[in-house]
Design a protein around this ligand. Sequence first.
Ligand code: C2G
Length: 459
Amino acid sequence: MNEIHEGFKILVMKGSRGRVVITYGTFDLLHQGHINLLRRARELGDYLIVGVTSESYDLQRGKLNVRQPLSERIKNVERTGLADLIIVEEYEGQKIEDIERYNVDIFAIGSDWKGKFDYLKDFAEVVYLERTRGISSTDLRGYLKLGIIGTGRIAQRFINEAKYVSGVLVEWVYHPNEEKAKAFAQKFELSVGTGNLSEFFSEVDAIYIATPHHTHYEYISKGLQANKHVLAEKPMVLSHNQAKELFALAYERKKVLLEAIKTAFAPSFRRIIGLARSRRVGQIVHVDATFTKLISEGRELDPTQAGGSVTELGSYVLLPTVKLLGTNIKASFLSKRGPTGVDIWTRITSLTEGKAATGRVGIGVKEEGDLVIGGTTGYIYVPAPWWKPKCFEIRREDPSQNETYCDVFAGDGLRYELAHFAQLIQQGRIESHLLRPEESIAIAGVIEQFLLGKNVSWL
Ligand code: C2G
């Protein structure tokens, strides 16, 4: 641990310090919410220790998009005048050591972490302080103000992941049923829950669309027309032409439109595709990706809400397909229908000159969820769940030549798509190189073909 840093002074502990409080944070682009938190923590006792996360610890815990170096973040905390001692948080497990080392009485942290630090109760009193809602915009230079459309499961997961992406403020939620929007805002301590779309748009720079598949097109279109950047859950839309039209609109409005296929932005997947394209297993001949998730009720089984395994999971298996076969693919399908009429299992075969891909998806059939990229000198093997990749292997005829690679895949992984989306906007770039518009358009085209019954055989 590093107590003494050049450029900032450590206040000397004089005599009895009374009740000692400790809090931790990244404190990137310090804003009023951070300052309020520090003040509230200071008021809990007589002596406040602030742990500022190091770059390497943020990497380790999966905090993304942190823009200020540690030294600057420490200076900003110091300038508040609220900290009696500033330390650096460098590794997981350090909190307990700090509590014991500094005889800490109270561990305080914002309520967005409610429950997460209960394990510290054996060592100190744990207090979750109410986080600040609706910070004034003059205080938020450099922040992306993002609103969520939809209040379902994925929206909830997104909120939990968003706190790991620095520079993004999620304070707004829209649902056509205002009661639902308000309940969601209340539960996740967001400042605005509304059923009024224009009021919602007037507050935000960007939107995340987490609604049922068949409603995406309309929300994306309205969002872009209101000049908002759009991150849209997969499948972004259900037809080639709709996807093309929306990307053209985004281009015209100079706004980012990104399909939220989380895998595309994950460190390990990027490496897998990079190695495959660098011919580490020779020429790619066959890509085989499977993703099944047994679902017994809900929207996924409802034909009127574009349910089925292709619409639900097709975007995932088609991702390595378009990455490695390109976007000019011919697809055919073999499917099994379930009792509600939607496909509960489908094998998608994609072909392009000299290469093939098989994607298997199921919501009523279970299979091994791995990814195999077969080439002329070996294959890349990514074990299940390959869509949340961590370790994978390059395997060769001679197993002594195999190589293993590992990368982090933090949390639910939604943070990677959000961090990439925020970075594109911050850098003034419209198109993602990790999931290009043509790739999303091709994926929408394959899904559309299936929905139209083109080249579909039924078991
Ligand atoms: N905070 C707040 N109100 C906001 C934003 C943040 O009260 N509108 C609080 C957070 O809850 C946290 C502190 O400010 O207690 C610092 O927030 P971050 O810099 O985002 O750091 P964080 O990722 O929350 O670090 O070990 C690190 C800690 O686990 C948390």
